[in-house]
Design a binder for this molecule. Structure first.
Ligand code: SF4
Ligand code: MSK
Length: 651
């Protein structure tokens, strides 16, 4: 008897993106499975989804029964050791924070190590590019920028400052006394709240390690105490590892400023060598950009029959090189396999995080060279090529990779099919450019962000970020949440795959304001010439949202702390542990934060209530969950309106 054919995804139901729909249908026709099909074939575990499966020892996994219709009376559910639903959910939740914080922070550490090489002048490839940014961050790391000589105050030598910044930055991961230096960048009342509650990180690594210890069988069994450690580690991520990654990348590669580019699979070109970079760390991709623009390399590509080299990106490596060089974004996380399905991807170069192992299986069906580059992120499949990147030979490594892509151009089959869909985008925003474009300051004239929030043209600020999730229709929640917000005059700061999704939908253009925004936000965007959705970069660049909120607070007129602002955070299609860490440092920084899909807390209602209502009493921010995108956005708007009322600006 023949086995039934596996059920396949309906491309239209799987994604709102027409380019992805075409490529899913094509993959199915070719008999190649993608994540969209696998999501139809494999359903998630209903107990795991609710956060109440514990596998922290070999007496389990202990799968607690679901609280059908809520818990009546005493909650007597427990694992073999007696761990309650709250303990199990809290342990799982903070282990996710540890996973996310370690990913961002290890990325930051790698950048700090490259920064050290540059400061020591051990490498030709990396230089201190943005000295203004260096001078801006040095005092926060307790590095002097001036020196007194013969009674005169003089500027200190830039190389000396860079070296000391590198030392101080690297020290943040493992120093044995003191506290995270960047914690003081937060508004003073927030810093004081953290201090009072004992959650200022001691060093980045320690907070992550301590989560692993506390959640080991038989250690911390108080969900409040577990969350205290989760909070400390999340702050170590947002205001530590991620913020250091962003700042040091800006110093090495330049602070982004607005620029124009494009997004979606249509950016790939049939007659060019297509190299797609994917992952998160920009240290190698910066070099790939540099090499692929060299005249002799372009000539080499032409000698192999191509018209040139088309570089594009997926996930946050895409965001990094988009922000600084205008390299177009090919697609988001969920549709990564589809870039290979085009048949035009000559090389896909991956570094760390959000890389699906199935890329290797898809690449096997085409001529695509799949190249891993990071010692901590290899793949087992035998068609994957590993070229380990070494910052001391960065340009040589990048040249080897780009040439491999060029040499592979001739190996394409006849199966090239690039969807035509792509949109223009204006990206490259940051705290500096928000200030520059909106009146040159945050408060004090007709154009500024604060003045426009106070006068009500802009109702509030939303940070909408995060991944895709195969349990949702791809990009749908991202776009509906963002459209609902801007329709209601809420300006959106975006990062990660939300940024790419918005770009694919054409929301990152000044012209989008007239089409999609309420009258107030449309007027501001038109006057200053910005899109209603400002792309602030990659996952680690969520730290830019923290700093933007801090600048808004400092500029005055909107309260004294981040929790006073008419602002809210959102991750409509989250999937990664990093999103939980980001969500929690938003909450611990005072931000009302709504997640889509689901939260692994619903099986432990007391714990869920703790991270929403109880944490709000401590930090001013709270977790919330709403899968329906319109309701999700409306909850954010209701919070913004509540804050406007409290500020007395609700006219
Ligand atoms: Fe079960 Fe306790 Fe072991 Fe978890 S730690 S698996 S709840 S016995
Ligand atoms: S890439 S963590 S899927 S945003 Fe930063 Fe996208 Fe989420 Fe990865």
């Amino acid at each position: 008897k023949k086995a039934a054919a596996p059920k396949l995804a309906d491309p239209i139901a799987a994604t709102i993106d027409p380019a992805s729909q075409e490529m899913i249908a094509r993959a199915q026709k070719m008999g190649i499975d993608t994540v969209f099909d696998r999501a139809v074939q494999m359903k998630p575990c209903n107990i795991g989804i609710q956060g109440i499966c514990c596998k922290n020892c070999a007496m389990g996994p202990c799968r607690l029964p679901l609280p059908k219709g809520g818990i009546e009376g005493e909650d007597t559910r427990k694992g073999l050791c007696g761990a309650t639903a709250n303990t199990i959910a809290a342990r799982n939740f903070i282990r996710m924070i540890a996973g996310g914080a370690s990913a961002h922070s290890d990325h930051g550490r790698c950048v700090a190590e490259v920064f050290m090489s540059a400061a020591r002048k051990e490498t030709e490839a990396y230089k201190i590019k943005d000295t203004n940014k260096l001078l801006q961050i040095a005092p926060w790391l307790e590095v002097a920028t001036t020196v007194e000589e013969d009674g005169e105050v003089k500027d200190r030598d830039i190389d000396e400052i860079a070296l000391e910044v590198a030392e101080k930055a690297l020290n943040e991961w493992g120093k044995y006394e003191g506290e995270l230096l960047f914690a003081k960048r937060a508004p003073a009342p927030l810093y004081e709240k953290w201090k009072k509650n004992g959650v200022i990180p001691r060093n980045i690594d320690r907070e992550i390690v301590e989560i692993m210890h506390r959640t080991h069988m038989g250690v911390d069994q108080d969900y409040k105490n577990l969350m205290k450690q989760g909070t400390r580690a999340a702050i170590a991520d947002g205001w530590g590892g991620s913020m250091l990654a962003t700042d040091l990348q800006d110093v090495l590669f330049g602070t982004p400023y607005p620029l124009q580019s494009e997004a979606n699979l249509g950016v790939m070109k049939e007659d060019h060598v297509n190299i797609v970079v994917h992952g998160h760390e920009p240290v190698l991709s910066e070099m790939i950009v540099a090499v692929s623009q060299k005249p002799e390399i372009i000539e080499y590509a032409k000698s192999k029959g191509a018209k040139g080299i088309q570089l594009s990106g997926i996930c946050c490596t895409a965001n990094e090189i988009l922000q600084r060089h205008g390299i177009p974004s090919a697609t988001t996380f969920l549709s990564q396999e589809l870039a290979i399905i085009t048949g035009a991807c000559d090389a896909m170069v991956v570094d760390i995080q959000c890389i699906m192992q199935n890329l290797a299986n898809v690449a096997k069906c085409f001529h695509t060279k799949l190249i891993t580059t990071h010692p901590i992120a290899k793949m087992e499949q035998d068609n994957v090529i590993h070229i380990e990147f070494d910052e001391h030979y960065a340009l040589e490594d990048a040249e080897k990779i780009v040439k491999m892509g060029i040499d592979n151009f001739a190996n394409r089959g006849s199966e090239v099919m690039i969807p035509r869909h792509k949109c223009t985008q204006v990206a490259g925003f940051g705290v500096e450019s928000i200030q520059y474009h909106l009146g040159g300051t945050f408060r004090g004239n007709y154009y500024t962000l604060n003045d426009n929030i106070i006068n009500g043209r802009i109702r509030g600020i939303a940070g909408v970020v995060g991944c895709n999730n195969a349990r949702n229709r791809h990009n749908e929640a991202h776009i509906e949440v963002v459209k609902e917000l801007i329709k209601n005059d809420v300006i959106v700061l975006t990062t990660g795959c939300n940024g790419i999704a918005c770009a694919m939908e054409g929301l990152l253009t000044p012209e989008a304001a007239a089409v999609h925004c309420g009258p107030g936000l449309a007027e501001v965007c038109e006057v200053v010439g910005i899109p209603p959705v400002l792309h602030l970069g990659s996952c680690v660049d969520n730290s830019r949202i923290l700093l933007a909120a801090t600048e808004v607070v400092k500029a005055g007129g909107l309260g004294k702390d981040i929790c006073d602002l008419p602002a809210a955070g959102s991750a409509p299609e989250w999937m990664s542990e990093k999103a939980i860490s980001i969500g929690h440092y938003f909450v611990a920084s005072g931000m009302y934060t709504v997640f889509g899909v689901t939260l692994p807390t619903s099986g432990a209602p007391v714990f869920h209530n703790y991270i929403s209502d109880e944490l709000e009493k401590i930090y001013g921010g709270k977790w919330d969950i709403e899968p329906d995108p319109i309701k999700h956005a409306q909850m954010m708007i209701a919070h913004i309106d509540k804050k406007r009322k409290e500020l007395g600006i609700d006219k």
